[in-house]
Design a protein around this ligand. Structure first.
Ligand code: NAI
Ligand code: 15L
Length: 271
């Protein structure tokens, strides 16, 4: 596949969107920005909600590919998740189909498989085909997004790489993130690989750096051409000294999804 030049970046005002606005142009992408919030310093960014289908259709018109980051990025009420992540992602795929955009990279999450026990001791790494076990309505919406991507490939020929992102921040913030950290530079490497690899159909990959304490198998991501350069290990001593190490007896430490697994559900306001 020729390298896409024009890329629609949804969620451009968010944490990951801000990191990628800086990093992706270095790979030659011309970015078109989309978010419900204004993007600081970017007067040409499209300010619209994923529910606004005409705005979304205009936003995708003429781009080579889409990096879909927009949505609620933590747990919320089912109603909020339904509107932003489930209906919003459906609207995005419909716009891509209608406008003939052939490649989407979808920001899925570790929380689509959050109830998967994390490896301990000599346990094998978690394979990418492990059964989906969402830990929240949020994780459920990512599971839906992956199935939607499969449908749009099988039925309409829209290709997607669903990247189950671990924790993409400038630095790992918790001991759990030592296993799941995706450095911003590796995030850009992985998204670039996902945007340019040939014949992906719908491919699901895990997204993290080459962490010493890795929990999951990066083979599917590497098969796209991703070669991670970073490792969270230099942050380990300080984080463990501050927070203590993970203990298998603590249910929030026993599964991939961390505290998302153990937090009480969020019901609609007023319920
Ligand atoms: P964020 O919350 O900082 O950014 C999300 C952006 O989406 C915000 O700018 C928000 O205004 C926008 N947005 C939300 N609902 C929208 C709607 N209805 N219409 C238009 N725009 C809307 O989240 P972050 O950390 O930047 O994550 C980006 C994506 O990556 C999210 O989809 C998140 O679920 C996913 N992800 C992120 C991880 C991370 O470690 N940062 C880990 C796993 C997944
Ligand atoms: C996610 O899916 C969230 O979007 C992000 O804010 C982090 O909580 C990350 O997972 C994580 O599990 O660390």
């Amino acid at each position: 596949m020729p390298a896409p030049r024009t890329l629609l970046l949804t969620g451009a005002a968010g944490g990951l969107g801000t990191l990628m606005r800086d990093l992706l142009p270095r790979y030659g992408y011309e970015l078109r920005l989309f978010d419900q919030l204004p993007v600081e310093g970017e007067p040409d960014a499209i300010t619209a909600d994923l529910a606004d289908r005409p705005a979304l259709r205009e936003a995708v018109r003429g781009v080579d590919a889409i990096l879909h980051l927009a949505g609620i990025s933590v747990e919320s009420s089912f109603e909020n998740i339904l509107r932003a992540n489930i209906e919003g992602t459906y609207n995005l795929y419909e716009a891509a189909r209608e406008e003939g955009v052939g490649r989407v990279v979808f920001a899925s999450s570790n929380h689509a498989v959050g109830f998967t026990p994390r490896p301990q001791g000599a346990d094998p790494l978690i394979p990418v085909d492990t059964p989906r076990r969402p830990d929240t309505f949020y994780g459920l919406s990512k599971s839906f997004g992956e199935d939607l991507a499969q449908l749009y490939w099988d039925k309409h020929g829209v290709e997607t790489v669903s990247v189950r992102i671990g924790s993409c921040f400038a630095e790992p913030r918790t001991v759990r993130m030592l296993s799941l950290w995706l450095s911003p530079a590796d995030g850009a490497r992985l998204f670039h690989a996902a945007l340019t690899a040939e014949g992906v159909g719908h491919t699901v990959v895990y997204g993290s750096s080459a962490n010493t304490r890795l929990w999951w198998d990066l083979g599917a991501a590497r098969a796209l051409g991703y070669a991670p350069q970073d490792d969270s290990e230099p942050y380990a001593e300080k984080l463990i000294a501050e927070q203590g190490d993970l203990t298998p007896e603590n249910p929030a430490h026993a599964n991939l999804g961390g505290h998302f697994v153990t937090d009480p559900p969020i019901w609609p306001p007023g319920a």
